[in-house]
Design a protein around this ligand. Sequence first.
Ligand code: DOR
Length: 406
Amino acid sequence: MKITFRNFRITDAFTDTMGSVTVNGGRIVDVSPESEARPIDGLVFDGGGRLVLTSGFVDMHAHFREPGFSEKETLESASLAAARGGYTSVVCMANTKPPVDNEAAAYSIKRRADTLGLTRLYPAISLTEGMNGKKLSPYLEAEPSAARAYSPPLLSEDGKDVEDDGLFSAALRRAAEGGHTVSCHCDLGGEDAAVDRALRLGAGCRVHIAHVSTKGAAELLRHHKKRDPRTLLTAETTPHHIALTCRDAATSGPETFGKVAPPLRGEEDRLALIEALKDGVIDVIATDHAPHTTEDKLNGAPGFSGLETAFTVCYSTLVKRHNFSPQKLFSLLSAAPARILGLSGHGAIAAGNNADIVILDTECETLIDSAMFASRGKNTLFSGRKLYGAVVLTLCGGRVVYQSPF
Ligand code: DOR
């Protein structure tokens, strides 16, 4: 269907202008300054000169829980949560039951998500068989040149470190031979030591450091990137690590509702992460959406549901409080992850790109209420907080997948 968005502030990592955008057949077909307004056919949305139009967000790190943990989340509830949060592409992690360690399992999840048509889902595949840390996964064992029905944009053992140095290094090398980026969960012996180890063992490989949370890890990344500006090293942090500290975890139950891995840290760490985002040491914000049942949270399962609050949390924290430009924010949420994942046609509002678009109201306030989440996981420390900004509409492949009732 042909839809024209006129009178919008079009802002992405590369442009910031008033204008109109037309989509048709799943693609952006036209981007024009408002002064070039022409006769319009098809459906028209008017942004009133106030609403922001940007490229769909890309999440490098979420847990969709299927197969095996549908009491926590389903492909459908997570995909709806993604659409509500403005996410049009999501990588889901492999720590399911059974773990996703082969191409057929990943492809079948992808096909089911494609049928829902709510977000573009890219299941990550684990580094080791059954995530057991003993043997390379069937995916990595296969010939890198083998013809594939599905080639994941990211491999990861997220939730765990691969403890054996030899195996971890073999996995990193094997992944690099196949052109894959590996997202490294770094916890073994403490985050700073684990990041140091991933940088050492992954030298020359495409290493992406997941959920950076400490000042020390940010310093290591800064040092490494300065020494080798052409490095393939990239990193992410999360909305909760830039907005909250261990004091927030303490008041919500450090071993229950406030528990997340890596844990919420001190104020000095939080500010160091924001500095690292500002100067490009950390490239991406990823949600680490980790839904659990209330019972599981009471039993100490780590994680927060993050897809539906990420934009408002990041906008409030980075743009409102720390003077980031909206363009920089959209680079962190869309252009940079699209680039790292190699998703061409994503991450920018440009003719020819996929019609993956989010409309945002950046002037309103939103009261977060996790009871309203589409996600089955209702645990977030942001519930009850008033934050800036709201997702008004999400378009994935030219189809409206979410429209705010307000
Ligand atoms: O808080 C977390 N939850 N961190 C992880 O690394 C794993 C995740 C999960 O799967 O629940």
